[in-house]
Ligand binder design. Sequence first.
Ligand SMILES: CC(=O)SCCNC(=O)CCNC(=O)[C@H](O)C(C)(C)COP(=O)(O)OP(=O)(O)OC[C@H]1O[C@@H](n2cnc3c(N)ncnc32)[C@H](O)[C@@H]1OP(=O)(O)O
Ligand SMILES: CC(=O)C(=O)O
Length: 540
Amino acid sequence: MTTAPSLNGQATAPRQPGTFHVYDTTLRDGAQQEAMRLTVADKLRIAGYLDELGVGWIEGGWPGANPNDTAFFAAAADDLKLKNATLVAFGATRRPNGRAADDPLVAALRDSLASTVCLVAKSHVGHVERALRTTREENLAMITDTVSHLVGEGRRVFLDCEHFFDGFRLDPGYATEVVRTAAQVGAEVVVLCDTNGGMLPPWVGEIVEQVAGLGVPLGIHAHNDTGCAVANTLAAVDAGAMHVQGTINGYGERTGNADLIPVIANLELKYGWDLLPEGRLAEATRISHAIAAVTNVAGSGRQPYVGASAFAHKAGLHASAIKVDPNLYQHIDPGLVGNDMRMLVSDMAGRANIQIKGEELGFDLSDRDLAARVTDAVKEREARGYSYEAADASFELLLRDHTGGTGSLPGDPFAIEHWRVHSQASSDHATVTEATVKLSAEGETHLVVGEGNGPVNALDQALRDALIKAYPQIAGYELIDYKVRILDSGHGTDAVTRVLIDTTDGEHVWTTVGVGANIIDASWEALTDAYRFGLIRGRG
Ligand SMILES: CC(=O)SCCNC(=O)CCNC(=O)[C@H](O)C(C)(C)COP(=O)(O)OP(=O)(O)OC[C@H]1O[C@@H](n2cnc3c(N)ncnc32)[C@H](O)[C@@H]1OP(=O)(O)O
Ligand SMILES: CC(=O)C(=O)O
């Protein structure tokens, strides 16, 4: 373990495993994200992934608040076998002027059978008086009664102080009293929450440092409304917090919570602390993407550490230095978080991008002149509207043309003689589209007519029927996506059009691009390249 410098230039104290909590709230606060709806089965799968990642605590939801969360805790008690993590039930302090022992929502926490409970409590006088509509004293009594009741029932208790930072700025004495009270009656960690997400790192650091003087183990729960949730979390840690809360992919209410993966990765890779079990950080990218597949809410490609673009390089100057040493333009080795470096090909590419990408695809572009010719061709075609960043297969065909059919892509599988397409209205006013394609393949000529629900569909049908005679494997190809983008929309109906087509053979997916003033020309180019690429690669 190394000791890394903190922002103020002082050495950050290394923490030993076990003394620091990594607490995930994807299943509770993450599920508060707009349009997120997790079933019990989804929650069980996500809990499994979180356990694999190696977080210490998984907040599973609020039993008693809705049937789904109550059912999740029942299912978890039966089926969830966690190896690393402890499952936590979330809930609120009892209602004002009652008894925790009689409160139905506190009963649901007990009934959840979770060994650890995280209670949310008010720490902002405005919320006590206006939202809870009770007195400051009664709020402290609610905390005292609920924490001691659950501790008495054998539960470990953490306490989330809602709106702590705003509350502290308004009335530091009362906010501090809430922390002291909770700790005195048995809360193991008191978590300071930036519920409205309006804080900035220096403000968080200053307040946490003051509260840390109490000697109570502190946690941090930061929302991302200023775009500072991860930075605020680190500021709290620098000031003494020993428990970080966050969600995978930063899911959560409004703009989300602190994204737990960058929080962990920063603490492990920049501060040099060991937080996850050995080797688990290298699973972060896979697990982030697997959880996104379950939530059906994709993470951003630009997510730090785990995003598809996190180590993608587009600019020529970057690529030329990366050829010498990837570390010159990367803050870490992507493999440390299970991600990969990607080289992008576009009009911002220089020779180095083309050489690195070509090498990745099995082409020898070490000849400077050849690499320069391909670079020029890419720039010239991108200026006309092609986009090779999104269409690896078309880039591979372009490389093949420039390397004379050598490398991994030998000769052309078919030659088009001509094609035409026409649509006409039938007697019942439906539009019928027919396409004719004549091509030669494997020494034979095929003339085929196809019908479709539109010109592109009819052309695809005719092309497929013509090729299938020579290449039966085409039956296994499927066009899975077709995207059209108008490039100079100011031109109206005579604008240049870019078409991107995704094709699969059931195992691989490849993307081809076509460009033209005529949408059918653009589609035809992307379509023929899709079949050409699949057939050539199938031979290799
Ligand atoms: C900052 C956070 O994200 S905390 C987590 C928030 N998550 C959720 O709210 C999701 C789950 N919530 C729910 O399903 C519901 O709000 C329930 C079941 C908890 C409560 O539902 P209802 O009884 O219909 O009350 P409602 O939601 O309208 O209002 C919340 C009540 O809790 C009270 N309350 C708010 N915070 C607390 C607290 N820390 N301790 C005790 N009571 C509280 C409010 O004063 C209000 O009381 P009232 O019923 O006397 O007006
Ligand atoms: C508890 C919580 O989710 C918050 O204060 O944001």
